[in-house]
Design a protein around this ligand. Structure first.
Ligand SMILES: C[S@@+](CC[C@H](N)C(=O)[O-])C[C@H]1O[C@@H](n2cnc3c(N)ncnc32)[C@H](O)[C@@H]1O
Length: 267
């Protein structure tokens, strides 16, 4: 073996070793941010999340996205929404799906809790000359729409998983049910726990479930709650999610678990 080969091989081995060490250090460092889940109350989590979604960084990133629908969204929309229906697009962000659906002839109302997202979505709709109505609304509080105002509802891109805790999600679903006409359809997106190898999270979940019994910890921490990609998100188990839908009197018409979508109907 030449000395040059030995030196080159050693450097590759060292780089590999360092990468492994840094990966482990990074993993441990990332764990510490999960503790926010057991320290903050649901209202504090909401406050933090709203600020993040309303930050220029997030607004710019969403408003720079073109008009597109994922294959799953496209399929579901074609199957369940007809033209000229009244649609409420909740958690609309900078208007990605709202604008596309208005262009297809649906009568779109869209809302989000981030005032900046709404300003951006409205600007894009005006630029494209599309008649979309917008509102700033927090899904965890009262929705500013009358009962039975819409034929269908749409919530994309995992946004149901942004709502904390369970009681607020069910409250939102009940309101969604109320603003839908009988026979109305709700296409809803969530983060499924399956496929994510870190869910359930083992030791941390076990620890948090014990801590939550005590003051001053977050009593409403739930297994599946996580801090990821700069914001809070809830990963669902399938029985848990189905139960929430049923509690709000929705009938589950379609269940695309791996894609993170479900289709709900109001009877
Ligand atoms: C992942 S983005 C999706 C945006 C848009 N639907 C899209 O696909 O481009 C999630 C959106 O949900 C909104 N959101 C999160 N929690 C919300 C809440 N409690 N009430 C209203 N909007 C909320 C955020 O402001 C953000 O615009």
């Amino acid at each position: 073996m030449s000395l040059r080969y030995f030196a080159g091989y050693s450097l590759l081995f060292l780089a590999h070793l360092l990468r492994k060490v840094f990966e482990q250090v990074w993993r441990v460092a990332s764990l510490t941010e999960q503790f926010a889940l057991i320290i903050c109350t649901p209202s504090e989590i909401a406050r933090y999340s709203r600020d993040v979604w309303n930050s220029w960084l997030f607004v710019r990133s969403y408003s720079s996205q073109g008009n597109w629908l994922s294959a799953t969204e496209q399929g579901l929309i074609e199957r369940y929404f007809s033209k000229n229906v009244a649609l409420l697009n909740v958690a609309c962000g900078a208007g990605r799906e709202a604008l596309l659906l208005a262009r297809r002839g649906l009568r779109v109302t869209a809302c989000d809790w981030s005032p900046r997202m709404v300003v951006e979505a409205r600007r894009r709709a005006q630029e494209a000359n599309l008649p979309v109505r917008f509102a700033v609304a927090d899904l965890m509080y009262d929705l500013p729409f009358r009962e039975q105002a819409f034929d269908c509802l749409l919530l994309t891109d995992l946004a149901y998983s942004c709502l904390f805790p369970r009681r607020r999600r069910v409250r939102f679903l009940r309101q969604a049910h109320a603003v839908l006409k009988p026979g109305g359809i709700f296409i809803i997106s969530f983060s499924p726990a399956r496929g994510n190898t870190r869910i359930p999270a083992g030791l941390m979940e076990w620890l948090f479930m014990r801590l939550r019994r005590w003051v001053p910890f977050n009593r409403e921490y739930e297994p599946g709650d996580r801090f990821e990609h700069a914001t809070f998100i809830h990963y669902f188990r399938s029985e848990e999610l189905a139960q929430e839908f049923q509690e709000a009197q929705f009938l589950i018409k379609d269940w695309l678990w791996d894609e993170g979508y479900a289709v709900l109907a109001k009877l």
